[in-house]
Structure formats: C-alpha cells, structure tokens
Design a protein around this ligand. Structure first.
Ligand code: GDP
Length: 532
C-alpha cells in the first residue's frame, strides 16, 4: 500500500514519543503519581497543581458537581511534556469504576501503562478489570508498588499476588529496604545501586553505586535491615525472573518498582523506565491493513469526546490519537464514516494546566479537535484512504433507565441532549423503534447522575429516569436483508437503535434473549461492538 520509504524526520520524531496511561484502583495513588511525574518531567512547577487544577475546574464547571460532591475524578485528560529529549504523552483516566468505559477507551490510545498498586492492599478489583483491558491489546505494563512509607505487606507476597491474580510475570527492578517507619530506600537490582529514602523529599534522589550487595556501607548505614535485604536479594536472584525487554513489550512480564509517590520516591525510576523501555508508537490495525506509524500519510482515530473543557466556550473537544503521518494546521482530511473531507485547524495539545495550539503532531501524540457533532468516538480520519482503526469497545450496558420529561414541550432538547451525550460516550442511548422512547444504558449508576445533571445545566432539560423493563441489549447482525426485515417485523417492540444507527435487540430477560436467539439462529447477537 505504502511503498515509499518512511520519511526519516518522521521516524526520528516518532522514536521520541512515549504515550501511556496510569491505571489503578481508586486511592492507590494515581493522582499523586501523575502529579509527581509531571513535576519530574518539568511540566508543572509545584506539587499540588494537579489537585488545584481539579478544584479550579470544579469551581468553574457545573456539570462536574458530581465529581466535586463525591470527590472522585470523572473525566480523563491528556498532558504532554518533554523529558530527556523525549515527548511524553500522559493520558489520565477516571478512577471510579462507574466510568470504566471511559478508561477502556483511553487505554486503546496508549502504547504502555503504569499500574499503581497500594502496597497495603495489593491487587484490588478495579486493577484486575483494567489489566484485563490492557491484556486485550498486550499493552506493556510497568508496575509501581506504592506507599512503602507505611506499614504494608511483604514485597514477596505482593509480587506473588500480582503474578497469580493478574497472570503476569513480575521482574523486580528495585527492592525495598524496610518499610513504614524503617523504610530506608530501595536497592536497584539492575544498576547495583542504593537509592535512599527521605520523607517529603522534593528533589530527585541520587543513586549511590554499591559495588555489590556485600558493600560494608550497607552494614554501617542500615545495620538492622541489611541482613534481610541480602537474604531477599539472594532469593530474588534464584527465584524471580530477570527483566526481559521482549517479554515486557509483549505484555508478558512487568518490571516492578517499589516506592512512595507522595514522598517523590521511586517516581524518577518510573519515568526512566518509560523512556528506556516503553515502546514508541506501534503499528495499528487500520481495519483493511496494518498502519505503520512512520507512513507519511496522516491517520488516526477519536477515542474520547469531552464537553465543556472550557466553560467559557461551551465546546466539545474530540481527543484524537495520531497513528501515522504528521498533523499540520489547516490540513484537509477524510472523515471516513461520513465519507467527507474536513479541514483540521487549531488542534490543541494539553499541558498540565493550559491548552496550547498545536502546530506539529506525529504518531503517539494526542490532539484535541474542536467538534460540533461531526466526530464520534471511534471515528477515523485519514489523508484519503478508507481505514477504520479497530479496538475501541462498546460493552452492553448493565443498567437501563427510560428517560421521561417533566415538561413534554422539551422533547426536542431531550433528544438533542441525549444524542450528544451518547455520541460523547457519557452514556449509551438507544431509541426504542416501536415507541420512540429513549432508553439510557450505563455500566455504573453514577453515569445516570452525571447525565441528569448535564441535561439540566447544558440543555435546560429536567428529565426523570424511570426503571426500564430491559435486562440487556445485544447488537444485531443479519445474514441478509430478508432476514433483517422478517426479524424486525416479528420483534418490532424489542428493536432499538444506538446513536450511530446500529440495530439493537432490547431483551426483557435472559430467558427472552435465549428464546429469541434459539429461534433466529442466523442472526448475530453481540454483547459488545467496536465504535465506528
Ligand atoms: P487515586 O485515587 O489513585 O488518584 O489516589 P490519590 O493519589 O488521590 O491518593 C489517595 C490517597 O493516598 C491520598 O490521601 C494520598 O495522599 C495518599 N497517598 C498517595 N501516595 C501515597 C504514598 O506514597 N504514601 C502514603 N502514605 N500515602 C499516599
């Protein structure tokens, strides 16, 4: 398809890119680590900025009331910074499981992930789910075992749990010396160096070369802990797997670091691992073929839509992952789903607390495109070729509500609001074809609350959500038109349509679904579908 050699400057720029997300169970320390990474990366000057940014948004953006009231983070954001001549794109993800769909989508746009584990709690429910999503694409994972300044669980036990529960091999890179009140630092197993822990330290810790774990310096400095450290290290050399770049990049092995994010400890090592080991932008499945990041023609896909990023503008931004080529302002691209040319101008990039106009972006970068409804999640843009990037999942919702208006005259606004919120992925919206009723589908209860609040503030619609007699939804595929027409006729009252117009079966119960399936064996019933 693309027989021209890849442009050398493009290849050079791509090799400098690192695009990743941080995943964790709520409270493990994701926000803290994000902030420290930005601090070490020079993207922000003072600790506290990420939190400050969060609260500044609270003050100005009313739909995030829910976020404020519950003290949770609902929306993801993207931040770019330079570190050691690399361009690092950090994609933030919502921690609360009710918004996990959003996180799944963000994870399709990264090349690596950092998993934060609370060392007192070990592997938690949300970690398991998120890791499953990473495994679907073999995303390389770097593990940060956090909170070693506290009394936590034994490091061997934690590694064993990660290996057993998450099914991924652990290769320890640093190893903790003590914990809690006697946390002294970590021994770097690959560099044979000591990193000393000092609580609240603002600066980067310097590594002291040791010339072997038997170095008497350790005996004088840590007489109480050194015996255990030497025992541990010996055991590790026998029992744990050595780090393998290939296994890490294939998603089979995770390098493990121990630290304390809040004390800036272990953070620099994570950043270094991202630069040294995390892969640059990778080949992507473009539907009809594999797309190389170094190909000259521009391409990529929308993985997230966010409204009201800036309440003064009431705009919607489509977050777009560049998969190949180079973005330049004013370029014309093909909107594959609409089969139409659109002009891309004024794309944004996101620094820690401001938006900046972007004039150059290559594979791995995330650009923000102002969007008036043309761009949906999963949409592909190219320089002419018909591609469709794969992998952004829609899962069948687990909770359903019927949307009803208090004021029937507002039905147009309700329709518009729900259509837009559905396109944005805030919630799934189905129209019942027989009754015209609008059905909302969610993974988590909080999604309904966010939608109710946004309908009220952004669309001035007061909607009531009533229980719906729906158990589950299935996307339908038909072998031919005649089957489709017959099925639609017979199942009219159970037929719906999603925001992209795809046919959906709205089952009233598991039994109802099974019976219909058995009768219509040629019809495909799908519990998930890809966007686009
Ligand atoms: P998130 O929900 O995963 O984003 O977690 P946060 O970064 O908001 O952290 C949750 C709580 O753990 C906060 O109270 C943090 O101050 C605390 N925390 C984060 N990292 C550490 C750490 O290294 N040590 C200790 N003791 N507390 C931490």
């Amino acid at each position: 398809m693309n027989s021209l050699p890849y442009p050398p400057e493009l290849l050079r720029d791509i090799a400098r890119r690192r695009t990743f997300a941080i995943i964790s169970h709520p409270d493990a320390g994701k926000t803290t680590l994000t902030e420290k990474l930005l601090l070490f990366g020079g993207a922000i000057q003072l600790a506290g900025t990420v939190k400050a940014r969060k609260s500044a948004r609270h003050a100005t953006s009313d739909w995030m009331e829910v976020e404020k009231q519950r003290g949770i983070s609902v929306t993801s954001s993207v931040m770019q910074f330079e570190y050691q001549e690399h361009v690092v794109n950090l994609l933030d993800t919502p921690g609360h499981e009710d918004f996990s769909e959003d996180t799944y989508r963000v994870l399709t746009a990264v090349d690596a992930a950092v998993m934060v584990i609370d060392a007192a709690k070990g592997v938690e429910a949300q970690t398991i789910k998120l890791l499953e999503v990473c495994r679907m694409r073999n995303t390389p994972i770097i593990t940060f075992v956090n909170k070693f300044d506290r009394e936590v669980r034994e490091p061997f036990e934690l590694m064993e749990e990660i290996e057993e529960v998450l099914g991924i091999e652990c290769a320890p890179i640093t190893w903790p010396i003590g914990m809690g009140k006697t946390f002294r630092g970590v021994y770097h197993l690959l560099d044979d160096s000591l990193l000393r822990f000092a609580a609240g330290e603002e600066k980067k810790s310097t590594a002291e070369k040791l010339d072997g774990i038997d170095n008497p310096l350790l005996d004088t400095q840590f007489p109480l802990e050194v015996g255990k450290l030497r025992e541990d290290v010996e055991l590790l050399r026998d029992a744990s797997s050595p780090f393998s770049l290939d296994d890490f990049r294939a998603g089979r092995q995770t390098p493990v670091f121990f630290g304390s994010g809040i004390n800036n400890f272990g953070v620099q090592e994570i950043l270094q691992a991202l630069i040294d080991w995390a892969p640059p932008p990778q080949v992507r499945d473009g539907g009809t073929r594999q797309v190389q990041p170094g190909e000259a023609p521009f391409s990529g896909f929308v993985f997230k839509i966010q409204a009201n990023m800036d309440p003064r503008h009431r705009d919607r931004i489509a977050f777009f992952r560049v998969c190949s080529g180079r973005y330049s302002s004013g370029m014309k691209v093909k909107h594959v789903r609409l089969d139409r040319e659109i002009k891309l101008a004024n794309a944004l990039t996101f620094m820690a607390n401001e938006r900046v106009l972007m004039d150059d972006a290559v594979a791995g970068d995330i650009i923000g495109i102002h969007n008036h409804g043309n761009l949906h999640i999963g949409d592909t843009l190219t320089e002419g070729e018909t591609l469709g990037f794969k992998g952004i999942p829609y899962f069948s919702p687990e909770l359903f509500r019927l949307a009803r208006l208090r004021d029937p005259l507002k039905s147009k606004q309700l329709q518009k609001g729900l259509q837009e919120l559905g396109e944005e992925g805030a919630i799934q919206v189905f129209e019942n074809l027989a009754t015209g009723a609008l059905l909302l589908g969610a993974i988590g209860q909080l999604q309904f609350e966010v939608v109710a609040q946004r309908l009220q503030t952004e669309y001035k619609v007061d909607a009531i959500f009533e229980p719906a007699d729906i158990h589950t939804a299935r996307w339908l595929t038909f072998p031919d038109d005649a089957t489709r027409r017959n099925f639609e006729r017979e199942q009219q009252h159970r037929m719906g349509r999603d925001v992209d117009g795809n046919p959906v079966y709205l089952a009233s119960s598991r039994y109802n679904l099974d019976v219909t399936r058995e009768k219509w064996t040629k019809v495909g019933f799908h519990a998930s579908r890809e966007h686009g």
